[in-house]
Structures are given as structure tokens and as C-alpha cells.
Design a protein around this ligand. Structure first.
Ligand code: PMP
Length: 443
């Protein structure tokens, strides 16, 4: 509307970006999967037909069952009723669904205490604190760690929750190129001796903020190099393992486990329970001193209700399974299955001539569509053939790097993977996006 446009003009100063943003907001309406149900290996979606090249759509009222290659259900726990369902039900009967109090008041139950110490045991740290929301784990805890007079060095592809958290700290933020160690070192060197004698540190603290697996690229943080840089320049390291905990490493402990590093090398280990654990919430793990400080100072601990009891139990059950404490083989089997599925699917896409990004073991698989005009069509053609996936474009990706993002799960079987690969191949041929056999479009 007119008034909407006026709202946005001051933000996007020139006509081009104002125009692009509005157009993209409109297109995004059309490409997303409408009303999905549950995060299992199959989902029900509401069918819709689009008109005017995807600019308008209407629901047909029909429900389609499609394979789910879009949710972050890495270990398949989101659909596991036999494994944790009974425990979750028992806890719901005992405590109900909400605690109606923060963990500082009357909301800290025995299962919360159990989860805190389980997370620390799992990750090999001294202590941990859990938070009811993953996004808030970053955005509400970072301001308790750094403040004005500190410097944050942030990877350019960090998640919105890290960006918001960093901004709320009041510290100076410098963004370095994605996974570019030269740029990071350059900025660190600048920071420790900016016009000062080498012995003088102008910043109270320097915090490097990275993710384990980047959710739009499927790339891994170059953790061994980052750890040695943070030691060399006496900085702190904040690692977000939202997409890697459970999904990476031989024991499912994330990228720290994948690279075989000592967990004590990472000062602040953050992760969420919304992906591999099929639950909700997040954690911060580290030294006892760090966690004691967060318990007393973090807004999420003081002013927010504690985690819902059934959710807490779901995490306890799935984490115990991954650790082999219950069902000794099941956790290991799921981790290995996810790894096998990931490599098989990545290899399949590569052999079929698609350009994909990311590490060979990363269960996040971005497939490059490049052209923004093909985003909605890709999603729709896949849905029609029984494959649900997520497509993304600007501003989540650079404008000319539109992509589809597949998320693998241990609950996918070989038959599903083959079927998904066939569908992608068919749609890829239809839309002519097999770029590794053609020149990549130039802009
Ligand atoms: N960190 C990263 C890297 C994420 O990708 C996300 C969301 N997917 C979050 C934090 C926020 O987590 P949640 O969805 O659990 O709130």
C-alpha cells in the first residue's frame, strides 16, 4: 500500500534497493511451502495453484503428502514417538505444559537441573545453562557477555540471532569475510595494535563469533584455525552449533567433535534443541564461572519463563540416546545413517550435474538455482512431484545466488533419497539449472 511504501523509503535510500526489496517480499509469499504439518520424513502440505507466473495464488483445499527434505530434523527425533513419547507423556502428566515462572523464581524443576548437567556432560564442558528459545539464547545472552568498549568480530554469514545479539551488546562490530582467516587475522591484528603501542590493548574484550555449520551455505567454520587465532590474539570465541550439534562429529557433539578439538578451546559454546533433538530451546555451555555469570545476569534466565517440561524431557531422552545411555546402539546408528545419507545425496546431486555448496558431511545441502525468477517454480515443481524443500533468495542469499536448500535426516531411507534425486533431476532439466554442465549465468 501507499503508506507501507512510505514506511520503507527512508530505510532503503535509493530506488533500486527499495524496488528490489518490495519485489522480493512479494515473491517470497509465493515460493514458501504453505502450511506444513510436523517435521517428520513426510509432511502434509496444502496444495495451491499459482497464477500470473507465480505472483498470485489460491489454495485448492486439497492436502498433499510429500517427502520432507526441508526441516532440520537431522537425527529423525522429531517424529519419534516410541523412543521418547512415553517419557514426554509421563512428564506432561506430572508437571503440565508450562512452568509459569522463570528459572530464578519457582520455575526451576528437577528436570531442568538434570538437563543442564546432561548438556555439560554431553559436550564435555564444566557447566551449561538452558534457555526456552534458540533465538533468544543468542540475542539475550550475548549482551550479558560483552558491552560497550568491547569488539566483536563476526563472520559475514552469521545468523540473525547472532547479529541481533551483537547489536544489543553495544560493542563495536566488525564483520569479516565468510571463513576468510586472512581477513579475520587482519582485523584481529588491527584491533590489538590500532595506533597503539603493541603492549596496549584498546578493547576490554575481543569476541570472535562464528557458526559451526552455516545454514545457507552448508559450510563448516574453520575451527582449528579460528581457535589458534583466538589464542594468538587473546580473544574469546563464541560458537553457535545450532546446525551442527547432534549432526556433526563421530559422537554427535558438533564441529568441535568433528575436528577432534578440546571443548575447552571454545569459550562459549551455544546450540539449539530445535534441530537434531526435535524439541525447542537452546543452551550455552562453558566454564563454571561463565555459566554462574549467565545465571545471574542473562535476561533470558531472569526475565523469561523456564523451559516447558515436556520439551525438557524430549531433550533429555534424545540426548541420552545420542550418548548411548539409553538404547546403546540407536544414537550411534542415527549419527552414522545421517552421515551416509548426506554423502549419498550430495554425490547424487553432483553426478547429476548440479552445483552444490558445502562440506561433504554437512547435512545442509544448498543447490544453486542462481536465477531469482526460477525460485518459486523450483519449489512448486518439486511439491507437485512429492518433494518438499526450502528455497531461498535475497536477502537471505546474495541476489544472484538463489538456491534450494535440502536438509538430510537419519529418517530418510535409500528409496526416499533415490526418489528425491530423480525428482530434482527432472525439475532441474525442466528449469535448466544443471549448471556444472553449462556455463554458470553471468550477471
Ligand atoms: N542460530 C542459528 C545458526 C540458527 O540457524 C537458528 C535458527 N535456525 C537459531 C540460532 C535460532 O534457533 P531457534 O530456531 O531454535 O530459535
Amino acid at each position: 500500500t501507499e503508506s507501507n511504501q512510505e514506511d520503507y523509503v527512508p530505510l532503503y535510500q535509493n530506488w533500486e534497493s527499495f524496488y528490489t526489496r518490495n519485489v522480493y517480499r512479494r515473491i517470497r509469499d509465493c515460493w514458501n511451502i504453505p502450511i506444513a504439518s510436523c517435521a517428520g520424513s513426510h509432511i502434509d502440505v496444502q496444495e495451491r495453484v499459482t497464477h500470473d507466473h507465480g505472483w498470485n495464488f489460491e489454495m485448492t483445499g486439497k492436502t498433499l503428502k510429500v517427502m520432507n527434505f526441508g526441516s532440520y530434523n537431522y537425527l529423525g527425533f522429531a517424529e519419534n514417538k516410541e523412543l521418547c513419547g512415553r517419557d514426554v507423556q509421563r512428564v506432561t502428566e506430572k508437571y503440565g505444559v508450562g512452568t509459569c515462572a522463570s528459572r530464578q523464581e519457582l520455575g526451576y524443576l528437577d528436570i531442568h537441573r538434570e538437563l543442564d548437567s546432561l548438556v555439560a556432560d554431553f559436550l564435555g564442558t564444566e557447566a551449561a545453562i538452558t534457555v526456552p528459545m534458540g533465538f533468544a539464547t543468542n540475542s539475550m545472552n550475548m549482551p550479558a557477555l560483552v558491552s560497550k568498549g568491547c569488539l566483536i568480530l563476526s563472520d559475514e554469514l552469521n545468523h540473525a540471532s547472532l547479529i541481533l545479539g551483537s547489536r544489543l551488546t553495544g560493542a563495536l562490530i566488525r564483520v569479516y569475510k565468510h571463513n576468510d582467516m586472512k581477513d579475520l587475522e587482519h582485523k584481529l591484528r588491527d584491533a590489538v595494535c590500532e595506533g597503539q603501542p603493541r603492549t596496549h590493548r584498546p578493547w576490554k574484550k575481543i569476541l570472535i563469533v562464528v557458526e559451526g555449520v552455516y545454514s545457507m551455505e552448508g559450510s563448516l567454520a574453520r575451527l582449528p584455525e579460528i581457535v589458534s587465532l583466538k589464542k594468538k590474539y587473546k580473544a574469546y570465541l563464541y560458537l553457535d552449533e545450532a546446525h551442527s550439534v547432534g549432526a556433526m562429529g563421530p559422537h554427535g557433539r558438533g564441529v568441535v567433535d568433528h575436528f577432534g578439538l578440546d571443548p575447552h578451546d571454545v569459550d562459549i559454546m551455544m546450540g539449539t534443541f530445535t534441530k537434531s533433538f526435535g524439541a525447542c530451546g537452546g543452551y550455552i555451555a562453558g566454564s563454571k564461572r561463565l555459566i554462574r555469570h549467565l545465571r545471574a545476569n542473562s535476561h533470558s534466565a531472569i526475565y523469561s519463563c523456564s523451559m516447558s517440561p515436556p520439551v525438557t524431557q524430549q531433550i533429555i531422552s534424545t540426548m541420552s540416546c545420542i550418548m548411548g545411555r539409553t538404547n546403546p546402539q540407536e544414537g550411534r546408528r542415527r549419527i552414522q545413517q545421517l552421515k551416509w545419507n548426506t554423502r549419498y545425496f550430495r554425490k547424487g546431486l553432483h553426478e547429476r550435474g548440479f552445483i552444490i555448496y558445502g562440506n561433504k558431511d554437512s547435512p545442509v545441502v544448498p543447490l544453486l538455482i542462481y536465477m531469482p525468477s526460477k525460485i518459486a517454480l523450483f519449489s512448486r515443481e518439486c511439491l507437485k512431484r512429492g518433494l518438499g524443500t526450502v528455497v531461498a533468495g535475497f536477502p537471505a542469499t546474495p541476489i544472484i545466488e538463489a538456491r534450494a536448500r535440502f536438509c538430510l535426516s537419519a529418517s530418510h531411507n535409500k528409496e526416499m533419497l533415490d526418489k528425491a534425486l530423480d525428482i530434482v533431476e527432472e525439475v532441474g532439466e525442466l528449469l535448466q539449472i544443471k549448471y556444472s554442465r553449462q556455463p554458470v549465468p553471468r550477471w
